[in-house]
Design a protein around this ligand. Sequence first.
Ligand code: URA
Length: 262
Amino acid sequence: MTTGATEPSDASEEEPGRAATPERLQKFLSRAGAASRRGAEGMILAGRVRVNGVVVTTLGEKVVAGRDEVAVDGTVVAPPSELWYLLLNKPAGVVTTLHDPQGRPTVARYVPKDAPRLFPVGRLDHATTGLLLLTNDGEFDHMMMHPSHHVPKIYHAEVDGIPDAEDIRRLREGVDLDDGRTAPAEAAVVERRHDGSVVEIILREGRKRQVRRMLSAVGHPVRTLSRIAYGTVTIGRLPEGSVRALRDGEVNALRRAAQGGT
Ligand code: URA
């Protein structure tokens, strides 16, 4: 494994975990990875959250990280004191989990030894290569994964044959899959080879095996698939099996993209 620069990124404008400033309980829970802010509100209203041993059921409550003890369903939760955001160029044959009961190689082997417990943001199939984000920032994860946030992801798929204009139109306008029609996407043939081609697809949703299923549905099964960009963050020249820290600007750009900015 090659390890690039892995300094933790301190991208937060609010310096989570550092300042002893009060913050709303739902924000604390979200930063701790317990739920999205909306989900955390539901947990509070349902009486599942205790602050210093006392059940809180109103949304105005404020807590201070490092001072107050917050528990969800009896388990103490806390936001990380140092936020990490890594980009891994995932090799094929690696599972996007930290532990695989079948003993297959997982992304955990690429996480630097001095890192805190990180988790993958979304997943890539076992056979898919390319850009995978890893973080310990629960709020960032929820933000990236929320279906309404639409951060575009760019894939390059090497396929059988060459999709024609009608295939590309279907990929762009929506393909009927067994879990419903896909949302409008961007698609183009970016390379023609003697027995196949490379198709670039930009998706704003993330269903299971979506690119593979879309291309099979239009008659061009995928041979190899790689994710080359996530929002404005690109894989660049990072070799397969290598990780690097995201720059603060990259983290901020992803947050803006998830919030509907540029
Ligand atoms: N679409 C797929 O089919 N597989 C992936 O890993 C990601 C997107």
